[in-house]
Design a protein around this ligand. Structure first.
Ligand code: IMP
Ligand code: MG
Length: 175
């Protein structure tokens, strides 16, 4: 099936929003260190841009999860593909995610990280699709709320493609 892309959020809009998020987070974590946990692969572009806009001390770590399901829908069974390298005890953990969809992945991840002795665990997501929520998860920081459409770019993929787009687009299938 052929497909094409439509721009949902331009590079300028995304960059401006991330700058604001960085300012807000820096203010709210004043006097603390932030331990950023990036959920691979989708959140990697966002995490780098966000980290550059945070002015309090930051450390970073990466985790990779897989949820079984089709290309465009997670099934809620989450597996750790790559675990963190650093311990979390006493840290102010900020999980950085590309998008909260059903919420299943993040629900699982946040519970897991809380159980590892972090001082606190908060969530920052570039995008939120509230209409799709199945389990109760709310990001502490959200870049944009978007309608229920499958998006790509800025780290997010469709069948591993389009992660390198500097903007956020919607995949439209032509038929
Ligand atoms: P959830 O467990 O359903 O919330 O799924 C979250 C994960 O599914 C995200 O971290 C993304 O990796 C992926 N995902 C959900 N919606 C989209 C989308 O529109 N485009 C690309 N990936 C998505
Ligand atoms: Mg993801």
């Amino acid at each position: 099936m052929a497909e094409h892309l439509e721009v949902l959020l331009s590079e300028e809009e995304v960059d401006a929003r991330i700058r604001k998020l960085g300012e807000q987070i820096s203010k709210e974590y004043e006097g603390k260190n932030i331990h950023l946990v990036c959920v691979l692969k989708g959140a990697s572009f966002f995490m780098c841009e966000l980290a550059k806009r945070i002015t309090v001390p930051v450390s970073i770590d990466f985790m990779s999860l897989s949820s079984y399901g089709s290309d465009t829908e997670s099934a809620g069974v989450v597996k750790i593909v790559k675990d963190l390298e650093e311990p979390l005890e006493g840290k102010h953990v900020l999980v950085v995610e590309d998008i909260v969809d059903t919420g299943r992945t993040l629900k699982y991840l946040i519970e897991l990280l809380k159980g590892r002795g972090a001082a606190d665990v908060k969530l920052c997501a570039l995008l939120d699709k509230p209409d799709r929520r199945v389990v109760d998860v709310k990001a502490d920081y959200t870049g944009f709320s978007i309608p229920d459409e499958f998006v790509v770019g800025y780290g997010m993929d469709y069948a591993q493609r389009y992660r390198n787009l500097p903007y956020i687009g919607v995949v439209k299938f032509d038929n």
